[in-house]
Design a protein around this ligand. Sequence first.
Ligand SMILES: [Zn+2]
Length: 321
Amino acid sequence: MTSHSSLPRTTFYSSTAPGSSMNADHTIEITSPDSGKSAKKRKTSGNAKDDGVKPAWSRLRKAKRPGYLARLTDTPLDILLEIFSKLQPGDLLNLARSSKALRRIVLNRTLAGGVWRSAFVNVSDPRAPMPPCPEDLSLVRYANLVYDRYCFECGSTEKLEVCWPEYTRLCPECFNNNFIEVKFQQDNTVDQDLSRLVYHRFRSVGGKLRGPLCFKRAHESLQQRLTLLEPDREAYNAYVKDETRRALVRSNLSNEIRSWGGRTRKLKKADGVEKRRAVQDAYKTKLVELGYQREVDRLSSRELRSLPGFKGVKPLDEKRE
Ligand SMILES: [Zn+2]
Protein backbone atom coordinates (compact mmCIF):
# COMPACT_ATOMS: atom_id res chain seq x y z
CA MET A 1 0.00 0.00 0.00
CA THR A 2 2.74 2.43 0.91
CA SER A 3 4.28 2.17 -2.51
CA HIS A 4 1.16 3.71 -4.04
CA SER A 5 0.34 6.19 -1.31
CA SER A 6 1.52 9.19 -3.30
CA LEU A 7 -0.86 8.47 -6.16
CA PRO A 8 -3.84 10.80 -6.61
CA ARG A 9 -7.32 9.71 -5.62
CA THR A 10 -8.43 9.39 -9.20
CA THR A 11 -11.92 8.48 -10.31
CA PHE A 12 -11.86 6.74 -13.67
CA TYR A 13 -15.52 6.01 -14.11
CA SER A 14 -18.74 7.96 -13.69
CA SER A 15 -21.47 6.21 -11.73
CA THR A 16 -24.38 7.72 -13.64
CA ALA A 17 -26.90 5.20 -14.78
CA PRO A 18 -26.13 3.83 -18.24
CA GLY A 19 -29.10 4.05 -20.57
CA SER A 20 -30.53 7.21 -19.02
CA SER A 21 -30.00 9.26 -22.16
CA MET A 22 -31.66 6.60 -24.26
CA ASN A 23 -34.70 6.77 -22.06
CA ALA A 24 -35.18 10.50 -22.64
CA ASP A 25 -36.75 9.72 -26.00
CA HIS A 26 -38.79 6.77 -24.81
CA THR A 27 -41.90 6.29 -22.75
CA ILE A 28 -40.06 4.70 -19.87
CA GLU A 29 -37.86 6.67 -17.58
CA ILE A 30 -35.24 4.76 -15.62
CA THR A 31 -33.86 6.74 -12.75
CA SER A 32 -30.36 6.34 -11.45
CA PRO A 33 -30.01 3.30 -9.19
CA ASP A 34 -28.30 5.62 -6.73
CA SER A 35 -31.46 7.66 -6.27
CA GLY A 36 -33.38 4.63 -5.07
CA LYS A 37 -36.46 5.61 -7.12
CA SER A 38 -38.35 3.06 -9.11
CA ALA A 39 -38.94 3.21 -12.84
CA LYS A 40 -41.79 5.54 -13.77
CA LYS A 41 -44.18 4.80 -16.60
CA ARG A 42 -45.33 7.63 -18.83
CA LYS A 43 -48.52 7.77 -20.86
CA THR A 44 -48.42 5.76 -24.05
CA SER A 45 -50.75 6.11 -27.00
CA GLY A 46 -52.35 3.18 -28.83
CA ASN A 47 -51.33 -0.44 -28.71
CA ALA A 48 -47.57 -0.77 -28.25
CA LYS A 49 -47.51 -4.16 -29.98
CA ASP A 50 -49.45 -2.96 -33.01
CA ASP A 51 -47.29 0.15 -33.39
CA GLY A 52 -44.18 -1.99 -33.51
CA VAL A 53 -43.04 -0.43 -30.24
CA LYS A 54 -41.64 -2.89 -27.75
CA PRO A 55 -43.67 -3.32 -24.57
CA ALA A 56 -42.60 -1.35 -21.54
CA TRP A 57 -41.33 -4.36 -19.60
CA SER A 58 -38.89 -5.31 -22.35
CA ARG A 59 -37.24 -1.89 -22.13
CA LEU A 60 -37.16 -2.12 -18.38
CA ARG A 61 -35.31 -5.39 -18.62
CA LYS A 62 -32.78 -3.99 -21.09
CA ALA A 63 -31.94 -0.90 -19.04
CA LYS A 64 -28.52 -1.61 -17.62
CA ARG A 65 -27.46 -0.70 -14.16
CA PRO A 66 -23.84 -0.23 -13.33
CA GLY A 67 -22.50 -3.43 -11.79
CA TYR A 68 -20.34 -3.63 -8.74
CA LEU A 69 -17.22 -3.75 -10.88
CA ALA A 70 -18.12 -0.42 -12.54
CA ARG A 71 -18.30 1.21 -9.13
CA LEU A 72 -15.02 -0.39 -8.17
CA THR A 73 -13.19 2.31 -10.12
CA ASP A 74 -14.61 4.97 -7.81
CA THR A 75 -12.23 3.56 -5.20
CA PRO A 76 -9.01 5.52 -4.69
CA LEU A 77 -6.39 4.25 -7.10
CA ASP A 78 -3.83 3.26 -4.48
CA ILE A 79 -6.38 1.07 -2.69
CA LEU A 80 -7.54 -0.38 -5.99
CA LEU A 81 -3.99 -1.36 -6.94
CA GLU A 82 -3.47 -2.88 -3.50
CA ILE A 83 -6.59 -5.03 -3.99
CA PHE A 84 -5.52 -6.03 -7.50
CA SER A 85 -2.09 -7.06 -6.23
CA LYS A 86 -3.80 -9.92 -4.33
CA LEU A 87 -5.22 -11.41 -7.52
CA GLN A 88 -3.88 -14.03 -9.91
CA PRO A 89 -3.06 -13.46 -13.60
CA GLY A 90 -6.30 -15.07 -14.81
CA ASP A 91 -8.32 -12.77 -12.52
CA LEU A 92 -6.55 -9.70 -13.92
CA LEU A 93 -7.32 -10.80 -17.48
CA ASN A 94 -10.99 -11.16 -16.56
CA LEU A 95 -10.95 -7.75 -14.88
CA ALA A 96 -9.48 -6.17 -18.00
CA ARG A 97 -12.41 -7.53 -19.98
CA SER A 98 -15.07 -6.42 -17.51
CA SER A 99 -15.11 -2.67 -18.29
CA LYS A 100 -13.18 -0.06 -20.25
CA ALA A 101 -12.22 1.78 -17.08
CA LEU A 102 -10.79 -1.33 -15.45
CA ARG A 103 -9.06 -2.26 -18.68
CA ARG A 104 -7.34 1.14 -18.75
CA ILE A 105 -6.00 0.58 -15.26
CA VAL A 106 -5.09 -3.10 -15.47
CA LEU A 107 -3.33 -2.79 -18.84
CA ASN A 108 -1.47 0.40 -17.98
CA ARG A 109 2.14 -0.69 -17.82
CA THR A 110 3.24 2.12 -15.51
CA LEU A 111 0.35 1.83 -13.08
CA ALA A 112 -0.18 -1.91 -13.04
CA GLY A 113 3.31 -3.32 -13.69
CA GLY A 114 3.68 -4.19 -9.99
CA VAL A 115 0.21 -5.71 -9.92
CA TRP A 116 1.09 -8.15 -12.70
CA ARG A 117 4.38 -9.08 -11.04
CA SER A 118 2.47 -9.77 -7.78
CA ALA A 119 -0.09 -11.83 -9.67
CA PHE A 120 2.60 -14.22 -10.90
CA VAL A 121 4.02 -14.48 -7.37
CA ASN A 122 0.52 -15.20 -6.02
CA VAL A 123 0.00 -18.05 -8.45
CA SER A 124 3.41 -19.63 -8.09
CA ASP A 125 3.67 -22.95 -6.33
CA PRO A 126 7.17 -23.62 -4.93
CA ARG A 127 6.68 -27.33 -5.71
CA ALA A 128 6.27 -26.50 -9.42
CA PRO A 129 7.76 -23.08 -10.19
CA MET A 130 6.40 -21.47 -13.32
CA PRO A 131 8.98 -20.81 -16.07
CA PRO A 132 9.99 -17.12 -15.88
CA CYS A 133 8.56 -14.71 -18.45
CA PRO A 134 11.05 -14.27 -21.33
CA GLU A 135 12.58 -10.81 -21.84
CA ASP A 136 10.88 -10.28 -25.19
CA LEU A 137 7.40 -11.04 -23.85
CA SER A 138 5.22 -8.78 -21.71
CA LEU A 139 3.71 -10.18 -18.50
CA VAL A 140 0.22 -9.48 -19.83
CA ARG A 141 0.79 -11.50 -23.00
CA TYR A 142 2.50 -14.22 -20.99
CA ALA A 143 -0.55 -14.43 -18.72
CA ASN A 144 -2.76 -14.40 -21.78
CA LEU A 145 -0.89 -17.32 -23.35
CA VAL A 146 -0.89 -19.40 -20.18
CA TYR A 147 -4.32 -18.68 -18.69
CA ASP A 148 -6.63 -17.40 -21.42
CA ARG A 149 -8.80 -19.42 -23.78
CA TYR A 150 -9.28 -17.21 -26.84
CA CYS A 151 -7.81 -17.15 -30.34
CA PHE A 152 -5.47 -14.13 -30.61
CA GLU A 153 -6.71 -13.34 -34.12
CA CYS A 154 -10.50 -13.82 -34.00
CA GLY A 155 -11.45 -14.44 -30.36
CA SER A 156 -12.77 -17.95 -31.06
CA THR A 157 -12.67 -20.50 -28.26
CA GLU A 158 -12.76 -23.59 -30.50
CA LYS A 159 -9.91 -26.11 -30.85
CA LEU A 160 -7.21 -23.65 -29.84
CA GLU A 161 -3.53 -24.29 -30.15
CA VAL A 162 -0.81 -22.26 -28.45
CA CYS A 163 2.17 -21.63 -30.67
CA TRP A 164 4.86 -20.68 -28.12
CA PRO A 165 7.64 -19.93 -30.62
CA GLU A 166 5.38 -17.21 -32.08
CA TYR A 167 3.79 -16.23 -28.75
CA THR A 168 0.30 -16.69 -30.11
CA ARG A 169 -2.79 -18.86 -29.75
CA LEU A 170 -4.84 -19.71 -32.84
CA CYS A 171 -7.99 -21.53 -33.84
CA PRO A 172 -7.72 -23.89 -36.86
CA GLU A 173 -9.08 -21.28 -39.28
CA CYS A 174 -6.66 -18.57 -38.15
CA PHE A 175 -3.84 -21.10 -38.23
CA ASN A 176 -4.60 -21.74 -41.89
CA ASN A 177 -4.82 -18.00 -42.59
CA ASN A 178 -1.60 -17.12 -40.80
CA PHE A 179 0.68 -20.05 -41.52
CA ILE A 180 1.96 -20.22 -45.08
CA GLU A 181 3.77 -22.99 -46.88
CA VAL A 182 7.32 -21.95 -47.80
CA LYS A 183 10.19 -23.50 -49.66
CA PHE A 184 13.70 -22.97 -48.34
CA GLN A 185 16.24 -22.83 -51.19
CA GLN A 186 19.31 -24.72 -50.09
CA ASP A 187 21.63 -22.69 -52.35
CA ASN A 188 20.47 -19.42 -50.83
CA THR A 189 22.25 -18.13 -47.70
CA VAL A 190 19.23 -16.20 -46.41
CA ASP A 191 16.97 -19.22 -46.88
CA GLN A 192 19.47 -21.51 -45.15
CA ASP A 193 19.49 -19.25 -42.11
CA LEU A 194 15.73 -18.75 -42.30
CA SER A 195 15.19 -22.50 -42.16
CA ARG A 196 17.10 -22.58 -38.86
CA LEU A 197 15.67 -19.42 -37.35
CA VAL A 198 12.03 -19.19 -38.27
CA TYR A 199 9.63 -21.52 -36.50
CA HIS A 200 8.12 -24.00 -38.94
CA ARG A 201 6.20 -27.19 -38.74
CA PHE A 202 4.50 -29.80 -40.88
CA ARG A 203 0.83 -30.64 -40.72
CA SER A 204 -1.31 -33.37 -42.17
CA VAL A 205 -4.23 -31.90 -44.12
CA GLY A 206 -6.67 -34.38 -45.65
CA GLY A 207 -4.12 -37.17 -45.38
CA LYS A 208 -1.48 -35.10 -47.17
CA LEU A 209 1.53 -33.69 -45.38
CA ARG A 210 1.80 -29.90 -45.78
CA GLY A 211 4.87 -27.89 -44.94
CA PRO A 212 7.12 -26.43 -43.93
CA LEU A 213 4.48 -24.04 -42.59
CA CYS A 214 5.71 -20.74 -41.16
CA PHE A 215 3.94 -17.94 -39.33
CA LYS A 216 3.56 -15.50 -42.22
CA ARG A 217 4.39 -12.27 -40.34
CA ALA A 218 7.45 -13.75 -38.62
CA HIS A 219 8.76 -15.29 -41.84
CA GLU A 220 8.34 -12.08 -43.84
CA SER A 221 9.88 -9.89 -41.18
CA LEU A 222 12.91 -12.14 -40.70
CA GLN A 223 13.38 -12.61 -44.43
CA GLN A 224 13.32 -8.84 -45.02
CA ARG A 225 15.78 -8.18 -42.21
CA LEU A 226 18.24 -10.87 -43.36
CA THR A 227 18.06 -9.72 -46.99
CA LEU A 228 18.70 -6.14 -45.89
CA LEU A 229 21.71 -7.08 -43.77
CA GLU A 230 23.19 -9.63 -46.19
CA PRO A 231 25.71 -7.24 -47.84
CA ASP A 232 27.19 -6.40 -44.41
CA ARG A 233 28.52 -9.76 -43.23
CA GLU A 234 29.46 -8.58 -39.77
CA ALA A 235 26.02 -7.09 -39.04
CA TYR A 236 24.36 -10.10 -40.68
CA ASN A 237 26.26 -12.61 -38.52
CA ALA A 238 25.58 -10.61 -35.35
CA TYR A 239 21.88 -10.54 -36.17
CA VAL A 240 21.79 -14.28 -36.92
CA LYS A 241 23.52 -14.94 -33.60
CA ASP A 242 20.92 -12.88 -31.70
CA GLU A 243 18.03 -14.52 -33.51
CA THR A 244 19.46 -17.99 -32.88
CA ARG A 245 19.52 -17.27 -29.15
CA ARG A 246 15.98 -15.89 -29.31
CA ALA A 247 14.68 -18.92 -31.23
CA LEU A 248 16.30 -21.22 -28.67
CA VAL A 249 14.67 -19.38 -25.75
CA ARG A 250 11.25 -19.68 -27.40
CA SER A 251 11.72 -23.30 -28.26
CA ASN A 252 12.84 -24.12 -24.69
CA LEU A 253 9.92 -22.15 -23.25
CA SER A 254 7.50 -24.31 -25.21
CA ASN A 255 8.93 -27.45 -23.57
CA GLU A 256 9.19 -25.86 -20.13
CA ILE A 257 5.58 -24.68 -20.17
CA ARG A 258 4.37 -28.11 -21.26
CA SER A 259 6.33 -29.80 -18.50
CA TRP A 260 5.22 -27.20 -15.89
CA GLY A 261 1.59 -27.67 -16.97
CA GLY A 262 1.89 -31.44 -16.47
CA ARG A 263 3.47 -31.07 -13.02
CA THR A 264 0.86 -28.49 -11.95
CA ARG A 265 -2.04 -30.71 -13.04
CA LYS A 266 -0.60 -33.69 -11.13
CA LEU A 267 -0.12 -31.61 -7.97
CA LYS A 268 -3.62 -30.19 -8.23
CA LYS A 269 -5.06 -33.66 -8.57
CA ALA A 270 -3.04 -34.96 -5.60
CA ASP A 271 -4.09 -31.94 -3.50
CA GLY A 272 -7.73 -32.58 -4.40
CA VAL A 273 -7.47 -36.25 -3.33
CA GLU A 274 -5.84 -35.24 -0.05
CA LYS A 275 -8.44 -32.56 0.72
CA ARG A 276 -11.29 -34.92 -0.15
CA ARG A 277 -9.87 -37.61 2.14
CA ALA A 278 -9.54 -35.09 5.00
CA VAL A 279 -13.16 -33.99 4.52
CA GLN A 280 -14.36 -37.61 4.50
CA ASP A 281 -12.44 -38.41 7.69
CA ALA A 282 -13.86 -35.31 9.40
CA TYR A 283 -17.33 -36.21 8.15
CA LYS A 284 -17.14 -39.71 9.58
CA THR A 285 -15.71 -38.44 12.87
CA LYS A 286 -18.58 -36.00 13.18
CA LEU A 287 -21.15 -38.71 12.46
CA VAL A 288 -19.59 -40.92 15.13
CA GLU A 289 -19.65 -38.00 17.59
CA LEU A 290 -23.33 -37.59 16.87
CA GLY A 291 -23.93 -41.26 17.71
CA TYR A 292 -24.02 -42.78 14.24
CA GLN A 293 -21.11 -45.18 14.71
CA ARG A 294 -23.20 -48.21 13.70
CA GLU A 295 -24.46 -46.51 10.54
CA VAL A 296 -20.96 -45.40 9.55
CA ASP A 297 -19.70 -48.98 9.95
CA ARG A 298 -22.63 -50.40 8.02
CA LEU A 299 -22.69 -48.03 5.07
CA SER A 300 -20.71 -49.04 2.01
CA SER A 301 -18.20 -46.62 0.42
CA ARG A 302 -20.68 -45.89 -2.35
CA GLU A 303 -23.44 -45.12 0.13
CA LEU A 304 -21.12 -42.86 2.11
CA ARG A 305 -20.15 -41.00 -1.07
CA SER A 306 -23.82 -40.35 -1.80
CA LEU A 307 -24.19 -38.38 1.45
CA PRO A 308 -24.46 -34.62 0.80
CA GLY A 309 -21.07 -32.89 1.04
CA PHE A 310 -19.14 -36.14 1.54
CA LYS A 311 -17.30 -35.85 -1.77
CA GLY A 312 -16.49 -32.14 -1.38
CA VAL A 313 -13.03 -30.66 -0.91
CA LYS A 314 -14.04 -27.80 1.37
CA PRO A 315 -13.31 -28.43 5.04
CA LEU A 316 -16.34 -28.90 7.25
CA ASP A 317 -17.24 -25.53 8.67
CA GLU A 318 -19.54 -24.65 11.54
CA LYS A 319 -22.55 -24.27 9.24
CA ARG A 320 -22.17 -27.69 7.62
CA GLU A 321 -21.39 -29.35 10.91
ZN1 LIG B 1 -9.15 -17.57 -34.82
